[in-house]
Ligand binder design. Structure first.
Ligand code: 5GP
Ligand code: ZN
Length: 116
């Protein structure tokens, strides 16, 4: 299921360009267009889930797969010394794009950005 007005659904469908670092039948990872760290990529499900608020028990396997993938992709992108993971949720969570996504940020310090 996808939302025709959602930019991440369009990225997943290849209708908008992105710098992809991983994809399979359920997940996609690509570099954030405005990086807040030397390494900053987003991991999304292809399925249009608007936010973490909309996750239910049926999404358990998908979310588990996402989290399992993070350390592998983080290492591949050069975050051997650690990384930050962030899921902004809803208005007070500072969410800007309403398609569930997990930020992975890392790379050599110092990088001190408030966002995302
Ligand atoms: P949020 O605040 O919703 O957690 O973060 C949305 C993130 O998506 C932001 O860090 C923003 O830079 C990134 N972003 C927004 N539009 C695009 C886009 O078209 N392409 C890519 N690669 N990243 C985007
Ligand atoms: Zn979407």
């Amino acid at each position: 299921m996808s939302d025709p007005d959602c930019i991440f659904c369009k990225i997943a469908a290849g209708q908008l360009p992105s710098n992809r670092i991983y994809e399979d039948d359920e997940l996609l990872a690509f570099h954030d267009i405005h990086p807040a760290a030397p390494v900053h990529f987003l991991l999304i499900p292809r399925l249009h889930i608007p936010s973490l608020f909309d996750v239910d028990a049926g999404h358990g396997a998908l979310l588990g797969k996402m989290l399992q993938l993070v350390p592998r992709l983080a290492r591949e992108q050069g975050c051997e010394d650690g990384f930050r993971t962030v899921i902004n949720t809803g208005r007070n969570g500072g969410q800007e794009v309403y398609h569930l996504h997990l930020h992975v940020m890392g790379g050599p310090r110092p990088w001190k950005k408030q966002a995302p």
